[in-house]
Design a protein around this ligand. Sequence first.
Ligand code: ZN
Length: 83
Amino acid sequence: MRILFWLALFVVVILALKKKVQTVASPAREQQAPPPSAGKPARDAEAMVCCAACQVYIPASEAVYKGQQVYCSTEHAEQAGAR
Ligand SMILES: [Zn+2]
């Protein structure tokens, strides 16, 4: 029965060594393939603007523009304009 234990241990060691070889070999594989994000403009990263009334940052496409100022909502734009 004891030999089964050693056999199992041997298999585990072999599997561990195989895993180690794979992790060592993988960085070389990654170097060959170009990184997917390289050279591509970050389209997801939208410009953020700061609301002049509450200083909250919002995406530029959702901002409300009033004159030179940028606001997070029409409410803040009107609030600031009334003042
Ligand atoms: Zn605001």
